[in-house]
Design a protein around this ligand. Structure first.
Ligand SMILES: C[S@@+](CC[C@H](N)C(=O)[O-])C[C@H]1O[C@@H](n2cnc3c(N)ncnc32)[C@H](O)[C@@H]1O
Length: 243
């Protein structure tokens, strides 16, 4: 018997195909169903690969599917959804309470082109079918600064192929971080995988030429990005296109 066969599904490594989320005890878990706008959580986020477009209120649409990972309360993804009703948006975050807040705010605007997922991004490859997504945005992901925690960094060597698999050919991966060390790490993780991607743009100081970056607002900048801008911390950005 292998080591993993003795484990319960929720004890398996997150990347394992048989992993299943443990029963959620968070008080907000049951409350995600309070809204007309749909939200999915935990293992329920893995039952619709290839079918996400049919979950939006307007099921006839064959429009771009744009995903923001680590969306928090969805301040950016909500603003995009409001601004571009023709596109479909999915915001993913780990925090039940943040997703609940995002739903509350999106419901007030009656957004019909937005879904929220409370899920662990390390399960991305089980949420979406290959080539299902047009754009993936990851803004200010947790940098896990101590070396002992680097293994928790999502943008690592093993996850670039997962991101690439989820994207359509020509699809966009947009990364922004305030953390220079994490940006170095991302570049190292990416090394050797260049063949599958084309760099659209890369900068270590996105707002350097802006006369007053503190004036920038959501969705051009995120909530975390605004804090870093106010502290004078440069924002590192990398935009990649899947070949
Ligand atoms: C530093 S915050 C950045 C939030 C937002 N993108 C911004 O720039 O303002 C990181 C976000 O990622 C979420 N997050 C962290 N680990 C995650 C995981 N494994 N899966 C999904 N979301 C995660 C956190 O809950 C948090 O909302």
């Amino acid at each position: 018997m292998s080591e993993n066969e003795e484990l319960k599904p929720y004890q398996l490594p997150l990347e394992h195909p048989n992993y299943a989320y443990p029963r959620a005890r968070n008080p907000y878990a049951a409350r995600l169903a309070e809204f007309e706008i749909k939200a999915f959580s935990d293992s329920d986020t893995e039952k619709r690969p290839g079918q996400w477009l049919s979950e939006f209120a307007d099921t006839s649409a064959k429009t771009p599917l744009i995903v923001e990972i680590g969306c928090n309360t969805g301040h950016v993804v909500r603003a995009w959804a409001e601004r571009s009703p023709e596109n479909r948006y999915i915001g993913i975050d780990w925090k039940f309470k943040a997703i609940h807040r995002g739903l509350e705010k999106a419901a007030k605007k009656s957004l019909k082109n937005l879904l929220f997922l409370r899920a662990n991004v390390w399960r991305l490859g089980y949420i979406f079918a290959p080539g299902e997504v047009d754009e993936i945005h990851i803004y200010c992901p947790d940098p896990w600064p101590p070396k002992s925690q680097w293994k928790k960094r999502f943008l690592c060597r093993e996850n670039f192929p997962v991101l690439q698999q989820s994207l359509k050919s020509g699809g966009i991966l947009h990364i922004k971080t305030d953390h220079a060390g994490y940006f170095d790490w991302i570049e190292e993780a990416f090394a050797g995988q260049e063949a599958g991607w084309e760099t659209v743009s890369k900068t270590r100081d996105k707002h350097a030429k802006h006369p007053n970056p503190e004036k920038l607002d959501i969705p051009e900048v995120t909530l975390f990005e605004k804090i870093f801008i106010s502290k004078g911390i440069p924002i590192h950005e990398w935009v990649l296109r899947k070949k």
